[in-house]
Write a protein that binds this ligand. Structure first.
Ligand SMILES: NC(=O)c1ccc[n+]([C@@H]2O[C@H](COP(=O)([O-])OP(=O)(O)OC[C@H]3O[C@@H](n4cnc5c(N)ncnc54)[C@H](OP(=O)(O)O)[C@@H]3O)[C@@H](O)[C@H]2O)c1
Length: 330
């Protein structure tokens, strides 16, 4: 089968596209004929060697997938041949990745694709929507009526956090780096969308949330706590999920005197049962039209190196040329 793979960590050009052996399903695994995959920043960290996991050889890149069940091991109970499925968590913690024509995936990491939802859509949502659900529901316990702030309302994670927070009944403030993206944030449901390049974000947040922000979801890799802690409400929660190298100054006084909490997490630490509860809720929101993928572009699997370059230029290089997810199709 055709796949996008590396034989050792390196720059985007180290990704090769070519023939690798087609996998066969192991115990409790399904063989998925891949319809679509999507790129996440973590794919570029693994490929580049920033995250050092022991990788299969060759290592097929990528975490997310959607497609059709082609074959199953006898131990599989929840799916049958021909079912449409989506999932994430592949290519992580030493597992083989998904950027291929076929992927052998443990049953525990797959969920049924709702009818009328395209593979491109669920593939684009996979890792980012499970991340948003884990952070908003399990960690921050966002409640209806609370105010949530998230940077990057058209970004991979940000665009889903905006929509899920609205689905949970919160009032949502978000930012983006251009007026076109700000307009897109409003279409996704944001109550207040600000251009972080041209507007005084802190002043507008104070005006919208005079008693402070209840949940601050930080997507930036270099958080500025001196700016953000004073904007938190009493009992405010701050979600940290990016910035492996960051060592920012932290203003302790303004934080503890308001009974605030700092909640860090990485989605790949969550057990399969916890992620499945998130996926079931995501499927309900998809079916109800409360959640949609923000897809920037769809490329061919043979363009994986280009997709990694583009993702890196944006997430790390902050070029602002992407607004959402890069989806690829075999
Ligand atoms: N812990 C976890 O489990 C987990 C899961 C998923 C992702 N992550 C991490 O979360 C981060 C975001 O991931 P992603 O997929 O959402 O990346 P992304 O799609 O590249 O989004 C980054 C966002 O940051 C915004 N941004 C850049 N500079 C900004 C600034 N100065 N002020 C406000 N917003 C700014 C961008 O907005 P503009 O385009 O408008 O400039 C963009 O929307 C990455 O570091 C990723 O590794 C962690």
């Amino acid at each position: 089968m055709k796949a996008a793979f590396i034989t050792q960590p390196g720059p985007p050009d180290s990704i090769q596209f070519g023939e690798v052996p087609k996998p066969t399903p192991g115990p409790n695994q399904l063989l998925v004929r891949v319809g679509a995959v999507s790129v996440n920043p973590i794919d570029t960290y693994i490929r580049g060697g920033l995250i050092k996991w022991t990788l299969p050889q060759p290592f097929i890149v990528g975490c997310d997938l959607a497609g059709v069940v082609e074959d199953i091991d006898a131990g599989v109970t929840r799916f049958k041949r021909g079912d449409r499925v989506w999932g994430s968590n592949q290519g992580l913690l030493g597992r083989q990745g998904t950027f291929a024509e076929f992927a052998a995936v443990d049953e525990q990491w797959l969920y049924p694709t709702p009818i009328n939802i395209a593979d491109e859509e669920v593939a684009a949502l996979a890792l980012v929507s499970i991340t948003a659900a884990l952070g908003l529901v399990n960690r921050a316990q966002l409640r209806a009526g609370e105010i949530l702030f998230v940077n990057g309302g058209t970004g991979g994670v940000g665009s889903v956090v905006v929509q899920m927070a609205k689905a949970l009944g919160a009032r949502v403030i978000t930012t983006a780096g251009s007026d076109e993206k700000v307009a897109e944030c409003r279409k996704l449901g944001a109550d207040l969308a600000l251009n972080y390049k041209t507007e005084d974000v802190d002043a507008k947040v104070r005006e919208f949330a005079p008693s402070g922000v209840n949940v601050w979801w930080e997507t930036l890799r270099e958080p500025n706590f001196e700016r953000t802690v004073p904007l938190l409400a009493t009992r405010g929660r701050m979600v940290m999920m990016a910035g492996r190298e960051a060592k920012p100054v932290f203003p302790v006084g303004p934080f503890y005197v308001k009974d605030c909490a700092l909640l860090g997490f990485a989605m790949f630490n969550a057990p399969a049962e916890e992620q499945r509860v998130c996926a079931e809720q995501i499927n309900r929101w998809l079916a109800e039209g409360k959640l949609r993928a923000r897809i920037d572009r769809v490329l061919s699997l043979s363009q994986t190196a280009e997709a990694h370059r583009l993702q890196e230029e944006n997430t790390i290089g902050k070029q602002g040329t992407l607004a959402g997810k890069i989806v690829l199709k075999p």
